[in-house]
Each structure stands twice: as structure tokens, then as C-alpha cells.
Ligand binder design. Structure first.
Ligand SMILES: Cc1cc2nc3c(=O)[nH]c(=O)nc-3n(C[C@H](O)[C@H](O)[C@H](O)COP(=O)(O)OP(=O)(O)OC[C@H]3O[C@@H](n4cnc5c(N)ncnc54)[C@H](O)[C@@H]3O)c2cc1C
Length: 350
């Protein structure tokens, strides 16, 4: 068998990159063993242009957000499946000062595209504590990441383009023309192996800084539509069930759920939500975060047959489409990659 690309991993990164390669007419064979990492399948899936305690505009928001909406909507059409939920995120203010600050910022052209409305009084007081009003974001919502991955998996299977097995780098041969892996010839192998990059034979020198995350599934007594986000996010996914998360743990890096995270999330939830709820499930995963919080995109410094697309950290949903497009343009037209994401910035570590 001969293909243009082998892609290792079918999380958000592998899915979105493979799709971009296939759209350009390349043949791709994906290897994915789901037992290694479930980060993409347990993710909250939020795409949020204004983030963090200080509520700052996220890196490259003006370029990432318009493209991600167009891209995921197009993928939904091609796969005949819905997984993008374009719902505004509502962030309650914690003080009058914060309310005033955002009243001012709402006329700032840098923020305008991401603000739907600034409320000076409670809007969702029947569900949450928002006595100072809040900020309703635009170009925000969530992606049902598991739904997208499952739908793309089925599509790959119909094309005989998925091998549901571990990819063993020890069996990979690098040749003058490209690569050979167990009888498959490919021009290039691109690793989209998420947190497994830290033990990757060819790319473990990249400074990954994985972060464990956990989230709860809660059943709420009253269904609602808005996504609430203040210290913890609450995403209604239908049938009275919400996802609530997430935690950050840099030290315990297994994929098991913990009592500590459950308590932490319940404490935060109780500070945000008024209506009764019950915890029905809990999940955990490892985010492939990087030391400088920027993705890893590019070609190996020594082996031009090998590439990497990862390090998506806490923002896989919003980073993947834009950088997959850039990477494919780099591979096909030698277009420059953004230096902040290009792995060239770490070549001195190799
Ligand atoms: C609790 C939690 C909440 C999150 N919430 C959000 C959110 O709201 N919004 C957001 O944008 N991001 C969120 N994230 C982050 C997001 O999940 C990551 O950015 C994203 O999943 C990274 O995707 P990936 O494809 O790089 O890695 P992964 O999801 O880890 O995918 C890698 C895939 O490769 C496979 N693999 C690895 N090595 C091999 C091998 N040798 N052979 C075969 N297969 C292999 C793995 O099993 C896996 O299937 C969250 C993460 C967690 C844990």
C-alpha cells in the first residue's frame, strides 16, 4: 500500500489535520489506538475568545475564530452530522467595577466582534448568581468533540483510511523517498499523538508540559440553553445534563478521576449555580500543553519525512483548524508557518 501521509492519532489534532490533507486530495492512512489518550473525547469543547480570570482576548482570536466557525460548519455538512453548538457564553460580572470596565470595552473595536451584549443587571438570576449582570460573548460556543471524532472515524473506515492499532515508531523505516511502515509506503508521517509526544522517539525533545483535567456531568433540576462560565464552565448538552469543568493538575498525570477534583468542581459550581443538581459522572484526560503555551507545528530538524502537529493544550478546538490549514499550506506551497507555533523555535533543544 502507498499513501501520501501517515497520521498518528485521531484526536482533535489528527482529525482536523487529516481532513485538511484529504480536502487537498492527498491520500492519508490514520493509525489510532484510543487507549493511550482520551483528552479529545472528554474535552469540554468550548471555544471562547475572551478567557482567563482577567478576561483577556485569547491569542490570535481575530484569525482563529472566523475560520473555526466556517471550518467546523463545513465539516458538519460533509459528514452529515451536527457537532458544533454555536451558543453564546455568558460570564457573570463579580463587581460593579468589572461591569463598568466592560461597558467601556464594548465600544473598543478590538473587542466588538466578540461581544454580543453587556448586561448591567441580572439576566439569568433564576439559574446562577449574576447580580452585577454579565458579558454575553459572540463567536463562542462548544464543539461536541466526541461526536466529531466518532463521525470522522466512521468516514475514515468507509475509505479504508483507519488502522485501529498502536503505531510503533521502532518499526518505522526512513528511506530516501519517504518512509516504510509494516508494508505501507508514505512520503511523510505526521505525529498527532497528543500527550504521548513526551515519549515519542523522534519528538520527545519538544518541551511538552502536560496538564491533567477532570470534568463532571451533572443533572440539573431545570434545563437551560446558555453556557455559563465563571471559574467553572457549565455546558448544557441536552436532556437536563450539563458538563461542568474543568480542573488543572500539573503533577498527577494519570487518566483516573479523583475525589479531590470532584470536590473542587462542586465548590466552584456552588459559587455559580443556584438550582439543585446531582453529579452523574466524572471523566479525566491529559491536555497536551506546552511550556510556552503555543502549539507544536512543523517538520523534524533532521528527518524531513517526519512532522508534528500538537501541543494544543487547553484550546484544541480553536487552535486546530487554523494551524491545520497553515501546516497543509506549508507542506504543499512552502508557505511560512507562524513562528510562535513553528517547532523551529525549539531546534536548539534537539
Ligand atoms: C477535562 C478537559 C477539558 C477540556 N476542555 C477543553 C475545552 O473546553 N476546549 C478546548 O478547546 N480544549 C479543551 N481541552 C483540551 C483538548 O482536549 C486538547 O487540546 C485536545 O484534545 C488535544 O488533542 P490532540 O488530538 O492533540 O490529543 P489527544 O486527544 O490526546 O489525541 C491523541 C490521539 O492519538 C492516539 N495515540 C497516541 N499515540 C499513539 C500511537 N503511538 N499509536 C496510535 N495512536 C496513538 C491517542 O490514543 C489519541 O487517540 C480539555 C481537555 C481536558 C482533559
Amino acid at each position: 500500500m502507498e499513501v501520501d501521509y501517515i497520521v498518528v492519532g485521531q484526536g482533535i489534532a489528527g482529525t482536523v489535520l487529516t481532513d485538511h490533507l484529504m480536502k487537498e486530495g492527498f491520500s492519508v492512512l490514520v493509525y489510532d489506538d484510543q487507549s493511550y489518550s482520551n483528552s479529545s473525547r472528554v474535552a469540554g469543547g468550548l471555544y471562547n475568545p475572551i478567557t482567563g480570570r482577567k478576561m483577556v482576548k485569547t491569542w490570535l482570536a481575530d484569525e482563529l475564530f472566523p475560520y473555526l466557525l466556517t471550518y467546523y460548519k463545513g465539516l458538519e455538512l460533509r459528514l452529515s452530522t451536527r457537532f458544533l453548538v454555536d451558543t453564546p457564553i455568558y460570564r457573570p460580572f463579580v463587581s460593579i467595577e468589572e461591569q463598568n470596565e466592560w461597558m467601556g470595552k464594548s465600544s473598543d473595536p478590538a473587542f466588538q466582534p466578540f461581544i454580543r451584549q453587556v448586561f448591567g443587571s441580572s439576566q439569568f438570576g433564576e439559574h446562577i448568581y449574576d447580580e452585577f449582570g454579565g458579558l454575553q460573548l459572540d463567536q463562542s460556543g462548544y464543539l461536541n468533540t466526541k461526536g466529531m471524532i466518532v463521525a470522522f472515524r466512521e468516514y475514515l473506515l468507509t475509505k479504508n483510511a483507519l488502522v485501529e492499532q498502536s503505531f510503533d515508531a521502532e518499526s518505522l523505516e526512513l528511506t530516501e523517498e519517504g518512509t516504510r511502515y509494516k508494508g505501507v509506503l508514505a512520503s511523510k508521517v505526521i505525529f498527532c499523538d497528543g500527550p504521548l509526544l513526551s515519549s515519542n522517539k523522534y519528538f520527545s525533545w519538544l518541551p511538552l508540559s502536560p496538564v491533567k483535567g477532570e470534568l463532571l456531568f451533572i443533572r440539573v433540576s431545570e434545563d437551560f440553553e446558555a453556557i455559563y462560565n465563571r471559574g467553572v464552565f457549565i455546558i448544557p448538552i441536552g436532556g437536563g445534563i450539563c458538563k461542568a469543568g474543568a480542573t488543572y493538575d500539573h503533577f498527577n498525570l494519570d487518566q483516573k478521576t479523583t475525589e479531590r477534583a470532584r470536590k473542587q468542581l462542586i465548590e466552584k459550581l456552588d459559587g455559580l449555580i443556584k438550582i439543585p443538581y446531582e453529579v452523574v459522572d466524572q471523566v479525566a484526560g491529559i491536555r497536551p500543553a506546552t511550556k510556552d503555551r503555543r502549539p507544536f507545528v512543523g517538520i523534524h530538524p533532521k528527518y524531513s519525512q517526519l512532522g508534528v502537529f500538537g501541543g494544543l493544550g487547553t484550546k484544541g478546538v480553536s487552535l486546530a483548524p487554523f494551524f491545520a490549514k497553515q501546516f497543509v499550506e506549508h507542506l504543499t506551497k512552502s508557505e511560512e508557518l507562524k513562528m510562535e507555533a513553528n517547532i523551529q523555535r525549539f531546534f536548539s533543544l534537539y
